[in-house]
Design a protein around this ligand. Structure first.
Ligand code: MV4
Length: 447
């Protein structure tokens, strides 16, 4: 096991990783920008190194400074968290080239899944179901036309280097295809330096369901069930649930077996998430995330697992020590992301937290690096806390979240807590009847 880990991140996830390290008896090194001198992760870590100015590019994305900090402090491994360098294959490779351990998958697997066409063709060959569409890259507009006729309109043209909602164009009918094709390619070339695109049938009312996987370095692969992440706005998730309100235990077992078999054949290692669109009872793989995800706590609550601890143990070469039948699912968990934003306009609202009083009690978890007097800097993501509840049933989890948000006091800055309360009170949400489009409609309704 490692004796010292450098945490290449900030905010609540740096704290989350730090907590797992503490419980494993591992010393921690925080890195921080000049804007984060007073941040909680800096205060709680055993050592802290300033790696540059406020702008992420100069600090949290500064590979040379992070590696220097690891070397100076004698850290043996680096946990990247999510965002920043977490899905940067070159970073993973450089970390390993310096004799350190990257806590995550191999650079090759990160690179493979970063290219969406390679990700899809790899998964298809391993028996994972896809959205109907092109067989890999579209070589010409004529090919795009032929595939679109075959799968039927509307269709989406997607950039292989895109993902997470970037680099997509819809064509409602044949008359829109040429425009979608040329705009998608031009944008992909400009944004990613790679104009390779592929085509998929456009699914009009899917849910976004993702599957959490862990794989050790000894060929053991398990899944921890699904998260329903359909409640999002402009590709920013706002509320996530485990399990999905629409999935049966049998469906979970089936897609879980397909996914774990595929990742075992790939030789995948560490944590990974397969993203699916789910519509009309069918799973369609779209992308894979090769990192720990923001919403991992809902899985931790229903499976009673510490996913960060497992990531660290795996990276240290330990065996999982359990198999799929050992993993059980208990109750229901919901996470509300609390962003420092206006709840109506979603404009970021950085500033000083005048009063901070987090909720507590049975089945309530708060992952946050906030404290009274903390100044939320304007340079980074606006998410300041995650409230996670766990209860025997979904209805009880909703009641518990309502209660927790009632207790939550954050003064001095605006947050999206009022929006969460409205969502939780909505009859459609309570019935679990929502698709990826539901929240955008909900937030444009008068209230
Ligand atoms: C789609 C789709 C409909 N049909 N693909 C957006 C983000 C990226 N991960 C994939 N995305 C989508 N791909 C087909 N064939 C709709 C979306 C989509 C979406 C997906 C997941 C979560 C939120 C979304 C919001 C808008 C569109």
């Amino acid at each position: 096991m490692f004796s010292k880990i450098l945490i290449a991140n900030r905010g609540e996830i740096a704290l989350r990783i730090l907590r797992a390290c503490r419980e494993l008896g591992i010393k921690t090194v925080a890195v921080h920008s000049t804007a984060d001198e007073d941040a909680m992760h800096v205060r709680l870590a055993d050592e802290a190194v300033c790696i540059g100015p406020a702008a992420s590019r100069d600090s949290y994305l500064n590979v040379a400074a992070i590696l220097a900090a690891a070397t100076i402090t004698g850290a043996e491994a680096i946990h990247p968290g999510y965002g920043f360098l977490s899905e940067n294959a070159d970073f993973a490779e450089t970390v390993e080239a310096h004799g350190l351990t990257f806590i995550g998958p191999t650079a090759d697997h990160i690179r493979m899944m970063g290219d969406k066409i390679t990700a899809k063709t790899t998964m298809e060959a391993l028996g994972v179901p896809l959205v109907p569409g092109s067989d890999g890259e579209l070589k010409s507009l004529e090919e795009a036309r032929a595939v679109a006729e075959k799968v039927g309109y509307p269709v989406l043209i997607k950039a292989t280097a895109g993902g997470g909602g970037r680099g997509m164009k819809v064509a409602q009918s044949a008359s829109e295809l040429e425009e979608a094709w040329s705009v998608a390619r031009t944008e992909a070339r400009t944004a990613f330096g790679n104009d390779a695109v592929y085509l998929e049938k456009y699914l009009d009312k899917p849910r976004h369901i993702e599957l959490q996987i862990l794989a050790d370095n000894h060929g053991n692969v398990v899944h921890f069930g699904e998260r329903d992440c359909s409640l999002q706005r402009r590709h920013q998730k706002l509320l996530e649930e485990a399990g999905s309100p629409v999935l049966s235990a049998e469906q979970r077992d089936a897609i879980g077996r397909t996914a774990t078999d595929a990742l075992a054949k790939m030789g995948y290692r560490n944590a990974g998430t397969l993203e699916f669109l789910y519509q009309d009872g069918q799973f369609c793989f779209i992308e894979m995330n090769t990192r720990l995800q923001v919403e991992h706590p809902v899985t931790e609550m229903v499976c009673d697992v510490d996913l960060v601890r497992e990531q660290i143990r795996i990276a240290a070469g330990e065996e999982l020590g359990y198999t799929q039948p050992d993993i059980s699912f208990s109750g229901h968990a919901i996470e509300c992301r609390i962003n420092a934003e206006d709840p109506d306009t979603f404009a970021p609202c950085p500033g000083t937290v005048a009063v901070y009083h987090p909720p507590g009690g049975l089945g309530v978890r708060v992952d946050s690096a906030l404290y009274t007097g903390y100044r939320v800097p304007p340079y980074y993501d606006s998410m300041i806390a995650k409230v996670i509840v766990h209860a025997p049933t979904r209805a009880q989890a909703i009641a518990r979240m309502h209660r927790a948000l009632d207790e939550f006091v954050v003064e001095g800055i605006k947050t999206v807590i009022p929006l969460h309360r409205r969502i939780l009170a909505d009859p459609e949400f309570q019935k679990g009847e929502y698709t990826i489009h539901w929240l955008e409609q909900f937030t444009s309704r008068p209230h």
